[in-house]
Design a protein around this ligand. Structure first.
Ligand code: DAH
Length: 350
């Protein structure tokens, strides 16, 4: 091999082998292979001084040296980038790792799972029924005949489809349709929890057109308001914490008699309505938060479901999942639509 070429090759190999990091390696790459002024590049230019056989030989040798040097660069680059590096020398196994991002269930899915588990422990089975439903299950069978003014409260989406025997088709405006669907099965006693999507024609800072409710129904012999109270007390203590209290306020629903609204004591002020600095609590009204409706199932509803109302009675309740979850977190979200905007900065917090 040409002497100068041989010398340059040996020098380059030695220096490349000695390089201690990727920066030194890059400098050496420029030093030897740089397009202008690289030592090997310059030497390859000397081919002009040769002719004939010599020119051919020099060309072949120079190309061989170039290949050796490029391969060596590649090999050492891989080492520095971690591939094939001697363990311990280039990988610091004690360095803290970078965790890949990990997703989790949406806050409302988590809440649904939790609610389901709590009720399961006292024998309430989770059921599901159609979300595109007949008017009869959503209203009429629940003691709300056609044109009854109470229907206005449920700002219902109607489906553009022919009317059937059971009236028009609607998107379930509440989970109470599950009461009739469950009774219809004809198996008593009933302990069900129906958790489902519900739809209403409302969208503003405190409403989303699609939300979730959970509906409980207990039908047996000699059921009393005390049973209802006991179940709520259990649920509230499990879901919100052992210090939370409930109270029943008289109310009106067509499908229950008597009817109640259930309040729970506020978790922020502990039920006093005041904070330790004497200011009014920002979350509640005088120590209580309104959760949802409940009551003793109306005899007309039992009849509609084919249950003998002289032998059996029961209680029912229906609460919003979103609302219940926000109360657990002590949250007052300025705009409830945030829950469904898929903004990870918000959702990651739950
Ligand atoms: N369905 C009612 C609503 O959407 C909530 C409700 C109230 C359900 C009382 C019940 C009940 O089962 O007994 O506002």
């Amino acid at each position: 091999m040409d002497n100068n070429l041989e010398q340059l090759k040996n020098q380059a190999i030695e220096e490349i082998k000695k390089a201690v990091d990727i920066n030194q390696l890059r400098d050496l790459e420029i030093k030897y292979l740089g397009r202008k002024g690289g030592e090997l590049t310059k030497m390859m230019g000397q081919i002009e001084n040769f002719s004939g056989e010599e020119r051919k030989r020099f060309g072949a040798e120079a190309n061989e040296v170039k290949k050796i040097i490029i391969d060596l660069f590649e090999q050492r680059k891989n080492e520095f980038e971690g591939l094939g590096a001697p363990v311990g020398a280039l990988i610091d196994v004690t360095a803290p790792g970078i965790l890949p991002p990990e997703g989790h269930l949406h806050m409302i899915s988590q809440a649904i799972e939790e609610i389901e588990e709590i009720f399961k422990k006292i024998g309430f089975n989770r059921v599901r029924y159609p979300e595109v439903e007949w008017d009869w299950y959503a209203f009429e069978g629940l003691n709300m005949p056609k044109d009854h003014p109470a229907r206005d409260e449920w700002e219902t989406f109607f489906i553009d489809a022919p009317e059937g025997e059971k009236g028009k088709m609607v998107l379930t405006p509440h989970t109470s349709n599950g009461q009739l669907r469950e009774m219809e099965k004809g198996k008593l006693p009933i302990r069900m929890i129906n958790i489902s999507k519900t739809y209403r024609r409302q969208s503003d800072i405190s409403h989303v057109p699609m939300f979730h409710q959970f509906e409980g129904l207990y039908i047996d012999k000699n059921v009393t308001v005390s049973h209802l109270k006991g179940v709520f007390d259990y649920f509230v203590k499990q879901f919100f914490g052992s210090k939370r209290e409930i109270r029943l306020r008289p109310y009106h629903f067509q499908f229950t008699e008597p009817s109640f609204e259930i309040d729970i004591s506020c978790g922020i002020c502990g039920g006093s309505g005041k904070l330790s600095d004497g200011n009014k609590c920002r979350l509640c009204k005088e120590g209580w938060l309104e959760l949802g409706g409940a009551g003793m199932v109306h005899p007309n509803v039992l009849k509609a479901g084919g249950v003998d109302h002289k032998k059996y009675n029961g209680f029912a309740f229906g609460w919003g999942v979103e609302r219940t979850y926000m109360m657990k977190a002590g949250l007052k979200i300025d705009d409830i639509r945030m829950i469904y905007k898929n903004d990870l900065r918000f959702l990651e917090q739950f």
